[in-house]
Ligand binder design. Sequence first.
Ligand SMILES: NC(=O)c1ccc[n+]([C@@H]2O[C@H](COP(=O)([O-])OP(=O)(O)OC[C@H]3O[C@@H](n4cnc5c(N)ncnc54)[C@H](OP(=O)(O)O)[C@@H]3O)[C@@H](O)[C@H]2O)c1
Length: 248
Amino acid sequence: MTTTNLAGRRALVTGGSRGIGAEIVRRLTADGAAVAFTYSASATYAEKLVAELSATGATVVAIQADAADAAQTAAAVDRAAAELGGLDVLVNNAGTATLAPIDEFTADQFDRMVAINIGGVFWATHSAIAHLGEGARIINIGSINADRVPGPGVSVYAMTKGAVSSFSRGLARELGPRGITVNNVQPGPINTDMNPDEGDFAESLKAIVPLGRYGRTSDISALVSFLAGPESGYITGANLNVDGGFTV
Ligand SMILES: NC(=O)c1ccc[n+]([C@@H]2O[C@H](COP(=O)([O-])OP(=O)(O)OC[C@H]3O[C@@H](n4cnc5c(N)ncnc54)[C@H](OP(=O)(O)O)[C@@H]3O)[C@@H](O)[C@H]2O)c1
């Protein structure tokens, strides 16, 4: 289902070339927004997505920017605002998951995941603030692992997503007086390259999800579209789980 709720809205989605981010780009454009998205490595996917959505008449712009790099991220935000004529919605989606026991984690693995999952959210937000006005939205894509970690090897990833959750709450407090809402969407297992529903952990995850299955990327994009739109204006500082009941 799509709406025209986002007509006139201008959005930047980080990490929009594949997976959840790509579906958010699809949904926001389908609902009428003009959308820019970043990617780092997947130029081919990014180009295909632009071609697919441009063919529908949507305004969509792909920007290569490594979320681990503060300067590239800041430049991407400014370019998105310039190309779209402003910015109303920032979706901090880019993320990576390196899973390993704590004593096998290398410094490079740790630094890279923290730089993308925490630094990327901070620097995109830091740069976007200057463009966002009354009624704007910041929507972070955290993870249900901030609240529940069902097995070993996930501690560092969970730490980064816990930081996204805390940052979202603090920022909601800070930006409320400016009329900007900040929310944190926490997906459970969603079928993507990061977490395929035929992958190594899939059966054990399905076993603890009351609905007994993985979610779809469209389950996340539907909520993001609602949060980006006019009817969510009194929701801020919330952790919103889309997890099939993973945490019950
Ligand atoms: N799938 C799940 O079960 C699940 C559950 C909870 C939370 N999440 C969160 O949801 C978000 C999206 O996950 P996903 O499952 O869609 O992952 P995915 O399939 O691996 O896609 C990740 C997306 O982020 C981009 N990205 C990764 N590193 C980047 C970087 N350094 N700079 C810019 N873009 C970067 C990728 O683009 P490139 O390929 O171009 O780098 C890609 O578009 C992440 O924050 C993840 O932690 C996912």
